[in-house]
Ligand binder design. Structure first.
Ligand code: ZN
Length: 115
């Protein structure tokens, strides 16, 4: 494939933050309901995002989308929206994004309740 076509193909499969979050949720075994609570979207929106993810990756199911995304290295990027994502931002020396700030708050609240 010539470089220009390769770049175009790469751009076509670039996923938005929401699309990556839904894909990551699927990779982690989350239901759409669980993903919707984690990223603050309705379950219907998560389902719509998942449909977009499958279309962009040329997958018929989310299982295939997760497989293809792993092969393409899309899931090797940093994670967001939880304690691990929050601390990764700090390690990179950057301010945590909003989903990571919310995830860290939930993590700390959970720890406080457990203590
Ligand atoms: Zn983040």
């Amino acid at each position: 494939m010539p470089p220009a076509a390769l770049l175009r193909a790469a751009a076509e499969v670039l996923l938005t933050d929401n699309e990556l979050a839904v894909l990551r949720g699927a990779a982690d075994g989350e239901t759409y309901a669980e993903t919707s609570r984690r990223i603050f979207l309705t379950e219907k929106s998560v389902s719509n995002v998942a449909t977009r993810v499958m279309r962009k990756l040329g997958a018929k199911t989310m299982a295939q989308a997760v497989h293809l995304a792993h092969q393409a290295g899309l899931l090797r990027r940093e994670r967001h929206g939880d304690h691990a994502g929050y601390t990764a931002h700090l390690r990179r020396g950057e301010p945590p994004c909003e989903p990571c700030r919310l995830g860290e708050r939930a993590y700390r609240n959970g720890k406080r309740e457990a203590a």
